[in-house]
Ligand binder design. Structure first.
Ligand code: PEP
Ligand code: MG
Length: 759
């Protein structure tokens, strides 16, 4: 091979470009391509194998026996060619026959050739063929030669896609993988449920349509401009991080920044442009090479970084190609399962609820707000599926069964049947839970438990009647702020609150004032330029922010008071850390009540004020707070993250601490006892209360009010109705006095013995 520099690759590309532009039958084009590459690389053999009907078929060759064309076929994984395609890897061998995967095909007459180099022809990260060269002389090919082959393979991928030469499945835009074999991945259940749909990536992959540059300077300019724009975007993301995810999110941003300014990366892209590729193809080409290198290094840390680079490379591709929208903006066209590394709650809410059937996250945790929103939407979520990008292509059929923590990719008929049978069963169970709608949640020994729902959007209101819940124990008012592109105005807020009260009728509704910040980002509400927050969950959020920016809270107070005209209004403040914050918030509301009353507006019949207990410090001064409040609600999502000092959105901590640990249970018990002694009703409104075993434990601690996600109402009612409360309370006292680690097993054992229904 005489190829030594980008200029030579460019020469090949220019000639390939000419061939591609001609009006020739596809087969003639492929023959010409084999000839051009063979001559340019001075190789005795140059062959092109393409995937057709699941087999790699020799489509064109220079140097092998022509009779073998369309006759020689290899399965994926068979022979050197099959191995390259299956593993999407390059082989570079000085003695082909000694490779364990070598399979001799007599019809090709290839026994004369010793050395062999082959590269996959890739489309959308999958092999659709193989380009191979062979020499009589045993020799190893130089890096620059292999790179030239890989560049040419990219161009070939464009040619064969345009000429419709590959498997229809591979070329039809359905993005089928080279292997249609069913496969399976495990994750971590974030939201219970089953779903079937096609795979949709939140950030769609860009398909490169043109690989050969018309004008190299133009391409270079396009890449420069895209880099500038990408760096801007990242700087902006970093400056907004105070409203962003926090924790891992910050690490990711730091890595993004590092890559965005990495000289090596931009230089390699430039070199690829020098070799004659378009900006898009050059970015992808460099990414393919990095992917390949990473595959050879088995280091989980590096693999994580690879994820970041993939994200960034995709971002650069989107900018350069002008294909900017997320899948939500492009619209879901059929029942879909969404795949993302992670999502914000607002991003999830952008999707069409009718078509969004499930979500797969590479990260994710149980109490991150995106999970809470998905739970409220009834969309099953499987988290921490690290391999999803390797296993799933856009458009793949997927089955999600989060109770098994399983994802089935391109399911076989047998998988499909098993899934459908299970789905029918679970629908039956759901129907049985729905039957409980009219039944009261009373324990076997006659204790009435109040079971309310958590809500946040207008669509959630239907859940009240569907579940027969006792009311709304937590209305997260910030959700309307999250779904809106601009700050919701007072009148819009008032209308929503009034609709909520109308839908609830006689049933109580507890409105929680805006709880923004932490992992609930509001893009339109800029922080002052007072620096990034290191720990947004423990930062300037919720009531802290609302008291400082009191314009927001005043508008909300007026909207709530006006909406509650003539009725009883329950207001709850989030993240109260010290009693004075409660006082300040209540005073603000009272001032708005006076202001509206002075203007003759109709007032609520009463306003009851409550506090959330989410910050452990408040428990130490509960005696000071209790006389001031009408009710207390324990937010176990935040409370447990602060008790254990473990970020609720951090995927690595998602399983580390148990809600049924003695520390949490003892803490809750102390609070419950103290509140009850003071005659203040106390509820639990965190996700913990929606899980039957955890809810049972809470009842054992004396909790008799739960506010939970609507889907959990049926299972929780069933649990309550099968439970003897008094013996549980007695047993709980004993366990908490002398705990041996988490009480999960003990509680499950007790439930089993006492025939408590745990769905
Ligand atoms: C909680 O923290 O438990 C809670 C109910 O509030 P949120 O999940 O909205 O922070
Ligand atoms: Mg909270």
């Amino acid at each position: 091979m005489a190829l030594t520099a980008a200029a030579s690759a460019r020469e090949i590309l220019t000639r390939l470009h000419d061939v591609m532009a001609k009006r020739l039958p596809a087969q003639s084009k492929l023959n010409a391509v084999a000839e051009i590459i063979g001559t340019a690389l001075d190789s005795e053999v140059c062959s092109i194998y393409l995937l057709r009907e699941g087999l790699l078929e020799l489509f064109a060759t220079r140097g092998l026996d022509q009779q073998a064309v369309h006759v020689t076929k290899l399965a994926l994984g068979e022979g050197l060619v099959g191995t390259i395609a299956e593993n999407v890897e390059t082989l570079n061998l000085d003695e082909a026959a000694t490779h364990p995967d070598f399979a001799y095909r007599p019809e090709t007459g290839e026994d004369r050739f010793h050395s062999f180099a082959g590269v996959p022809i890739i489309r959308r990260e999958r092999s659709v063929g193989v380009l191979a060269v062979q020499h009589v002389e045993p020799r190893r090919y130089a890096e620059v030669e292999i790179e030239a082959l890989q560049t040419v393979a990219m161009v070939l991928s464009e040619l064969i896609a345009n000429a419709d030469l590959i498997d229809t499945a591979a070329s039809a835009g359905t993005d089928r993988p080279q292997s249609t074999a069913a496969t399976h991945a495990q994750g971590f259940k974030l939201v219970e449920g089953m779903a079937a749909g096609v795979a949709v990536y939140h950030q769609p992959r860009i398909v490169i349509e043109h690989t050969v540059a018309e004008d190299i300077e133009v391409e270079r300019h396009r890449v420069y401009a895209a880099f500038d724009k990408m760096r801007d975007q990242i700087e902006r993301m970093a400056s907004q991080a105070e409203f962003g995810g926090g924790g891992e999110h910050d690490e990711v941003l730091a890595t993004y920044k590092m890559f965005a300014y990495d000289e090596g990366w931009s230089r390699r892209i430039n070199e690829a442009i020098d070799s004659g590729l378009t900006a898009e193809a050059a970015i992808e080409r460099v990414q393919q090479r990095t992917r390949q290198r990473m595959r050879e290094i088995d280091d989980p840390l590096l693999r994580d970084r690879m994820h970041d680079l993939e994200d960034l490379s995709n971002r650069l591709l989107r900018i350069v190609s002008g294909q900017l929208g997320t899948a939500a903006q492009l619209g879901l066209r059929q029942d879909s399962i969404l795949i993302a590394r992670n999502l914000g709650p607002a991003e999830l809410l952008e999707y069409d609820r009718r078509r969004l059937k499930g979500v797969i996250l590479e990260e994710g945790s149980l109490t991150a707000h995106v999970t809470i929103v998905a739970r409220a939407m009834g969309v099953p979520v499987l988290g921490r599926v690290r391999t999803v990008r390797q296993l799933v292509a856009e458009g793949d059929m997927l089955l999600l069964d989060t109770s098994e923590e399983s994802l089935f990719v391109r399911p076989s008929q047998a998988m499909l049947e098993a899934f459908e049978a299970k789905l029918a069963l679970s629908q039956k169970r759901r129907a049985a839970f729905a039957q409980l709608k009219g039944e009261a949640p009373v324990t076997r020994d006659g204790h009435r438990v109040t079971v309310m729902v958590n809500a946040g959007l207008r669509d959630d209101l239907a859940a009240l009647d569907l579940t027969g819940a006792d009311g709304i124990g937590l209305f997260r008012t910030e959700f309307q702020f999250l779904v809106s592109a601009t700050l919701p105005q007072r009148e819009g807020q008032r209308r929503l609150y009034k609709d909520v009260l109308d839908a609830a009728g006689e049933r109580p509704v507890v409105f929680r004032t805006v709880d923004i910040g932490g992992d609930k980002a509001l893009p339109y509400l800029n922080h002052d330029a007072d620096g990034e927050e290191e720990n947004p969950a423990m930062g300037w959020r919720a009531l802290r922010l609302a008291l400082d920016r009191d314009g927001l809270m005043k508008a909300q107070a007026r909207a709530l008071i006006e909406a509650g005209a003539g009725r009883s209004l329950n207001i709850m403040f989030p993240m109260v850390s010290e009693p004075w914050e409660f006082d300040a918030a209540r005073d603000l509301f009272e001032a708005q009540r006076a202001w509206l009353a002075a203007r003759g507006r109709k007032m609520p019949s009463e306003i009851r004020y409550g506090a959330m207990l989410e910050v452990p410090a408040l428990a130490e001064v509960l005696d000071l707070l209790l006389p001031k409040i009408d009710f207390l609600s324990i937010g176990t999502n935040d409370l447990t993250q602060f008790l254990f000092a473990a970020d609720r959105a951090h995927p690595k901590l998602a399983l580390r601490y148990d809600w049924l640990s003695p520390s949490i249970l003892r803490f809750v018990k102390r609070v419950v006892d103290q509140a009850h002694a003071a005659g203040v009703p106390v509820a639990v409104c965190g996700e913990m209360g929606g899980r039957p075993l955890e809810a049972m434990a809470l009842i054992g601690l004396g909790i008799d009010r739960l506010s939970i996600t609507p889907a959990a109402v049926g299972p929780i009612k069933a649990m309550v109705r099968s439970l003897d409360r008094e013996p549980l309370i007695a047993a709980m006292q004993g366990w908490l006095a002398d705990p041996r680690g988490s009480l999960r097993e003990v509680l499950a054992g007790w439930a089993g013995q006492h025939l408590v229904e745990l769905a």
